[in-house]
Design a protein around this ligand. Structure first.
Ligand code: ZN
Length: 249
């Protein structure tokens, strides 16, 4: 047995958890490896010290029962099937149950707000409030696209959707979730749609996902290495129709 292998097995050896063959091989290695022998001795004296010096407080009688009766009983106890118990053994079963408890705790947590969506909505609101909707105000996509490309390392899809009822108003530079972003501004009647585009952290494509935040509808998707986020107060169905046009039209 190599030194590295034996060294890795030392804790299990000290605990008596190795099978007969590995126990023999590790034991034989230790007899001619001062380094492993020293490590084993250090491990054993640490254990002895812990055992003798730890102060153990005994719980007063009835404490466990009192804690048990004070616990809320909203969820039924996890059923323990005997065959499982038989197969897993004590500590593995405890680990499995702890895993179940952890899963329950995690799934009960409220889903945290996505910073990307929050940032896109903030950018949308800012563009309306600060009267800074566009840096380049034109409905001509042949002007908007090169203007943005010259200032960013990306070339987002820019479409003329006037005949579909989503005229292009212009574009500007923005900043979303730590990314320099292109913001394309489209109109729907009197409503504004901000379409943000920036280089994705995740290069994989992702289909459109619609959600709502602070009264705005948000649709985001990834394609061609860019993340797109459309934000508006138009109805979700209209925003999704707009996104389909941007994607396919
Ligand atoms: Zn060794």
């Amino acid at each position: 047995m190599t030194h590295d292998r034996a060294h890795a097995l030392l804790p299990a050896y000290a605990d008596g958890q190795l099978g007969p063959i590995r126990r023999f091989l590790v034991g034989r290695h230790i007899t001619h490896c001062p380094s492993c022998l020293a490590a084993l001795e250090a491990m054993q004296s640490m254990r002895t010290a812990l055992r003798t010096n730890l102060i153990v407080h005994r719980a007063p009688p009835g404490l466990a029962a009192r804690i048990g009766s004070a616990m809320p009983r909203e969820t039924p106890p996890v059923p323990i099937r005997r065959p499982l118990q038989w197969k897993l053994g004590g500590s593995a079963l405890a680990g499995a149950l702890a895993g179940v408890a952890l899963t329950l705790m995690v799934t009960r947590q409220p889903i945290p707000a996505d910073p990307l969506v929050a940032d896109a909505v903030a950018g949308h609101v800012r563009s309306l409030m600060a009267d800074h909707l566009t840096d380049v105000a034109t409905s001509d996509r042949h002007t908007v696209k090169p203007w943005l490309s010259a200032r960013l390392d990306l070339s987002p899809v820019v479409k003329d959707l006037t005949t579909d009822g989503f005229p292009l108003a212009g574009g500007r530079l923005d900043y979303v979730a730590g990314h320099r972003a292109a913001a394309l501004v489209y109109l729907r009647d009197k409503h504004v749609i901000n379409l943000f585009a920036f280089v994705s952290n995740d290069p994989a494509d992702a289909p459109p996902r619609q959600e709502s935040r602070d009264g705005f509808n948000v649709v985001r998707w990834r394609t061609g290495g860019l993340t797109y986020v459309a934000v508006s107060d138009v109805e979700a169905a209209q925003l999704l129709a707009f996104v389909r046009l941007i994607q396919n039209g």
